[in-house]
Structure formats: structure tokens, C-alpha cells
Design a protein around this ligand. Sequence first.
Ligand code: ZN
Ligand code: ZN
Ligand code: ZN
Length: 324
Amino acid sequence: MTGDSEEADAEVLSPDEAFKRLGNEIRVAILQELGAADEPVRFSDLRKELDVTDSGKFNYHLDQLTGHFIEQTAEGYQLRRPGERIIQAVLSGAVTESPTLEPTSIDWRCHRCGAEPIEVDYREEQVGVYCTSCEGIYGGERDQEKVNIPAERERLYYLHLPPAGIVGRSPKEAFVAASRWTNAETVTAANGICPRCSARLVESATVCRNHTTDSGLCDACNNRYAVMYRVRCTNCVYELEAIYANKLMTNLELRSFLIDHGLNPHHPQREAFLEVLYPYEEDIHSVDPLAVTFTFTGDEESISLSIDDSLEVVNVERTSGAEQ
Ligand SMILES: [Zn+2]
Ligand SMILES: [Zn+2]
Ligand SMILES: [Zn+2]
């Protein structure tokens, strides 16, 4: 943003008003056209391009967008940031039909049990990752049983990926892209920032009080780990529930530990990354107030991170195999 006049023209819209302003196909077409253009577009060119004969009507629709989504400069109309974000959101989901991928084997090891291959599928903007040899990490059905997962296929985890992310990629490439995308989102969320809108997140931890995993997943909570991390955005609809290791991903000492073991926490592309991170131990000293120690092990070395009720890491210990 430059110049005071631009700031003065900017308009702040309520969510209701923003939806109303976008609820017309000519207006959405205007945003798309300006999004595709490299430079400002003049009124007459824009109207010709969108094939709207009624100049008055076209002017009315343009007016509805001007101020918040688009701006008028001496050279013509161009997108403002909110308009760009609308186009980015539309294009991330805009593929000809909603893509799905039936369960497909990829050459990748299960980080729980070491079995290879694992299976991935894609629907509802999620890459599902399954093991056919072990009981997985999370129980439950995706989206309240909207999608049936056969009993012999157990859930390791789900990864978020917009439809645009699956287009032009093989199943394995889509899985790797989803892993990196989700890793970036996880770190942003663990830093207290909403990965969708940047607003403040409210975070909490929950503990299953009757946790037993003798038979794999817990009978009480249906998960492998008792301590779960939850975040909810104070502004948009984003929320996440995941194993607590996700929250610890921002800890410098844990990141150093991963790097010392040849793993890049910014670029998790190897099975070994998950093999170090996810078969971790949780030692619950107290539920209320919360006091838990999480221990990660790789190459005969381990690192223990203890958290208290503030959800902050209050102690870190690193032990080599020889000392244990
Ligand atoms: Zn497995
Ligand atoms: Zn449990
Ligand atoms: Zn948000």
C-alpha cells in the first residue's frame, strides 16, 4: 500500500456485506479478469472482455466492488489485497470437478510399524494416509461417517490439501506436497497464529483420563496418544485437534535434535522424520494442573520435553544412548 489517497478510498466491510458484494457472477468475473491481468484494465476493455452490453449495469457492479475488493487508478481498475485473496481462494479450489483419489499404494514406510507400502486417498480436501498392517494412530471415521473407510485400513493421519494441490501430481507427489503444506500450517498454528487468516488462536490441551493402549488405540478416546492439542481461531472457522507433538514442533531444542539427526524440520520428506517424531512416549505426571513429559528417540539418542499448565516447555533433557 502506498499513498494516502488509496488508504482514504479503502472501505471496510462486515462479513455479511462482503458476501453480499460478491454474490453476483459479473462481479466474480470482474475479479477473475483483473486477477489474470498484468496491469490495470480500463473500463471499456473490461466491459468488452466480459461481454456485458449494458454499460450502466456494468458500472453498477463495478461500483459494488470498488473501494474494498478493487480500486480505480488513472490507468484503470486493479485488484486490492482483499480482491487478490478472493481470487487465490477461488483458484485453490477451482478445478473442473471435485477431484478424488481412490486408495492407492505408494512406496513409503508406515512410521508406526515399518510396513511398506502405505496407502493414500483424497477426498473433501484431505489426503488420507493409511496403514494396512498396524492399528494406526487415530480412530474414528472421517467427517462423521460420510466416507466409509474399510476396517482393514487404519488411519495414520490426514493432511490438508486444496484441490489445486492434487492436479498434475502423482499420488506420491500429492502426498509429499500435502506433508509439506501441512507442516507449514502446523508450525504456524503452534506459534499461535491462524494459518488461514493470521488472527490469534486459542489453544488448549486435553488429556484422556482412562487411557489404555494395550490393544493399539485407546478404548476410551479412540486415539493412540492421551494428550491432544487443540486450537481454535478467534476470527475465522479454523480449528485443529492433533497429537501434542504438533505443538512441540516450534521448540528450538527439538528442532536442533532433528537437524542433528540429519532431518530438516522445514522440509519433512523422509519417513525417518516421522519415525523420530511420532512413536514418542508421553509421561503424564499430573492432569490438573497439567504436567507432561514427551520423549522422542532417534539413533539411540533421546530428547525429553516437559510442559506445564501454561502449555510452555519448562524443561528439556537430551540423553545419548550410552547414558541411558
Ligand atoms: Zn503401520
Ligand atoms: Zn484414551
Ligand atoms: Zn483464522
